[in-house]
Design a protein around this ligand. Structure first.
Ligand SMILES: [Zn+2]
Length: 284
């Protein structure tokens, strides 16, 4: 497959009429502690009409629910990231369950999964905490927001026997190869694409693969404050990624699919609303 040359995108070219849904923003990260409110507003002005705040452990899932509860069209997830698997409390599953059941803005279980790249938690514990959260999602009939790094085989082994009972599944921040993509699609997963593809070195393989994702399985996200798109001009001095940069990532993806921004926006917005079980109509 021919590789498209990288486009340099000027911020002023960004369309403001499109409506976007950023499915993964780490707004509870300390980098947003002083201005998360402002960033939600700025994102909205840039056309990012909906945001889902990622919950990564018990405390941050609480915080995410609290933040999301202050706004219309802002949602959150409740889960324990594999990095935090070693620190779960004895009753963490009831904590996540209560967050999901008691707060209508909490829309999915996760972020959960396996990260054998950094192994901040022992692999055995990661596997246990991941399996338990998938079983909780089955019990709750809830969508799941998944993370996988350098653990593909084990990850598939945990999901596969549960897939029929699980509802919607997204593998967020996809950075894998063609075989991994095929495995996820065979399990009817949504695929989350970040600004990783805007990196002409690290992101080249994913950029070439992205148009192999069926359009009705594609979700987009910034994963802010991480993964600042490398080809963003001008670059913010603090290198912090923001949800308002989502349209920039979308331009790159639309070019790979050879579709318009309006088409990509309509499709991914509908997909995200379907994933989180939210009415597609935006109010307020
Ligand atoms: Zn992640």
């Amino acid at each position: 497959m021919a590789v498209e040359p990288f486009k340099t995108i000027n911020k002023t070219e960004q369309a403001s009429t499109e409506q976007w849904f950023d499915i993964g923003v780490n707004l509870t990260n300390s980098q947003f502690s002083s201005d998360y409110h402002q960033q939600i507003e700025l994102a909205k002005q840039a056309g990012v009409a909906r945001i889902c705040i990622t919950g990564t452990n018990e405390r941050e899932s609480h915080l995410a629910a609290q933040m999301a509860g202050q706004y219309q069209n802002v949602y959150s997830t409740a889960g324990v990231h594999p990095h935090d698997a070693k620190d779960v409390s004895d009753n963490y599953l009831s904590v996540l369950k209560a967050l999901y059941l008691d707060n209508q803005q909490v829309k999915a279980i996760g972020e959960c999964g396996l990260d054998f790249n950094r192994n901040y938690s022992p692999q055995e514990q990661q596997l246990q905490v991941f399996s338990q959260q998938l079983d909780l999602a089955i019990e709750l009939n809830a969508p799941v927001f998944l993370h996988q790094r350098d653990a593909h085989t084990a990850f598939i082994e945990v999901i596969k026997p549960r897939r029929n009972e699980l509802k919607q599944v997204v593998v967020h921040c996809f950075t894998g190869n063609r075989q991994e993509l095929e495995d996820y699609l065979a399990l009817d997963c949504f695929i989350g694409i970040t600004g990783w593809i805007c990196d002409e070195r690290r992101g080249k393989d994913v950029l070439e693969l992205v148009n192999q994702i069926p359009l009705n399985r594609l979700l987009i996200e910034t994963d802010a404050p991480f993964l600042l798109p490398r080809n963003l001009t001008p670059k913010p001095k603090d290198k912090r990624n923001l949800p308002l940069y989502l349209p920039h990532i979308a331009e790159q993806i639309a070019a790979q699919f050879n579709i318009t921004l309006a088409e990509l926006s309509a499709q991914t917005f509908a997909n995200a609303s379907e994933f989180f079980n939210i009415d597609e109509q935006v109010n307020g």
